[in-house]
Design a protein around this ligand. Structure first.
Ligand SMILES: [Zn+2]
Length: 342
């Protein structure tokens, strides 16, 4: 019953709130958040890093061979820069090396590692540093045993490791995607929540096209989640608390098929869970009217334009976000406090 009680509480909060985001189409694209950490002071670095990490990343130190925690490490996952979190290597780039340091035969593409000639200690070497934060990683040599011929010799202390997660994906339509994305984004176990358009017939539609209501798409949020950290049932429960699933093709003042309530399931388990929760909510008359949420197999999803992504996060000072989105989200975060990312 706890679930139902919570849903009742939240219905009062969210019912009949429309987003009216149609007026805000011409926002500047401010998605390009830079996370350049090269301007941090040494004092700030010392506060962020352990003594050993600071010595290696900032003072170009070298850990003792055969001593690092990732030397004999062979779990599946991603190795990141310990200074800034930039993703540098994946487990399948790592090979067993006798040199005493974690060794990789290539890097994740995208210019995340900078190579610089290094003539220190009377040697000719090529130093590798993190392009984002400038942290020293180690050196790269051209004596690698695999087909790339490369050996990225990296200090364990320069790296952190994130184990591979088994992720599931579900696509949910609940009216204006700004609020839906902002709500799910903050929950533990949600790896990404992307605003976009689902279930229509036009390829790569623009916001303007979707707004006409003729493309068949619904404003939707595609959610990648770790089922070990948040259950599908919890995600669906939250979905039903943040919009009104009883008004056909409408959320408050937002009217049109693009604002329909929908669950685009990616597998049978999701379909069954969706049917079950709707049956329960209807049976218990949690909503005064029957639920009209459509349950349809996932067919397509197109990411919305960049300015729609993390809209609330990046536009919190705007009157609309202050007056409409923030109060809703504040209440949401309060009720689901236990589930928020730490
Ligand atoms: Zn870095």
């Amino acid at each position: 019953m706890k679930t139902i009680v919570q849903i009742n509480v939240l219905l009062l909060i969210f019912l009949f709130n429309s987003c009216g985001n149609a007026q805000n189409e011409n926002q500047n694209d401010n998605k390009n958040k830079t996370n350049n950490m090269k301007n941090l002071t040494e004092k700030e670095w010392k506060e962020r890093l352990t003594e050993e990490q600071y010595h290696i990343l900032r003072e170009k130190g070298t850990e003792r061979p055969f001593s690092g925690k990732y030397y004999m490490h062979n779990e599946k996952g991603i190795y990141k820069c310990a200074g800034c979190g930039a993703e540098l290597f994946t487990h399948d780039m790592k090979f067993e090396s006798e040199c005493g340091w974690p060794s990789f035969d290539k890097e994740i593409e995208g210019g995340k590692i900078v190579q610089t000639p290094d003539y220190s200690h009377g040697m000719r070497r090529v130093e590798i540093t993190c392009a984002n934060c400038g942290g020293h990683l180690g050196h790269v040599f051209d004596d690698g045993p695999t087909e790339t011929g490369q050996r990225y010799c990296v200090n364990s202390e320069s790296l952190t490791f994130e184990p591979e997660q088994t992720l599931d994906t579900i696509t949910l339509a609940a009216g204006c995607f700004w609020c839906v994305e902002a709500a799910f984004d903050k929950l533990e176990g949600i790896v990404s929540a992307v605003s976009g358009y689902a279930g229509g017939h036009l390829k790569n539609p623009s916001y303007r096209e979707v707004c006409t209501g003729t493309t068949g798409h619904a404003e939707a949020v595609q959610i990648a989640y770790n089922p070990e950290k948040i259950s599908l049932e919890k995600i669906l429960e939250i979905f039903f608390t943040i919009h009104d699933p009883t008004t056909l093709n409408r959320q408050g003042g937002d009217i049109g098929t693009q604002y329909r309530s929908g669950i685009f399931y990616h597998n049978d388990q999701q379909k069954q869970s969706a049917e079950k929760i709707i049956a329960t909510l209807n049976a218990q008359k949690v909503f005064p009217d029957p639920i009209v949420t459509e349950i349809t197999p996932f067919t397509n999803f197109y990411s919305a334009e960049n300015y729609h992504q993390e809209y609330y996060e990046l536009n919190q000072q705007e009157p609309y976000c202050q007056l409409v989105v923030k109060p809703k989200l504040d209440k949401f975060y309060k009720v689901y406090k236990e589930l928020l990312k730490k």
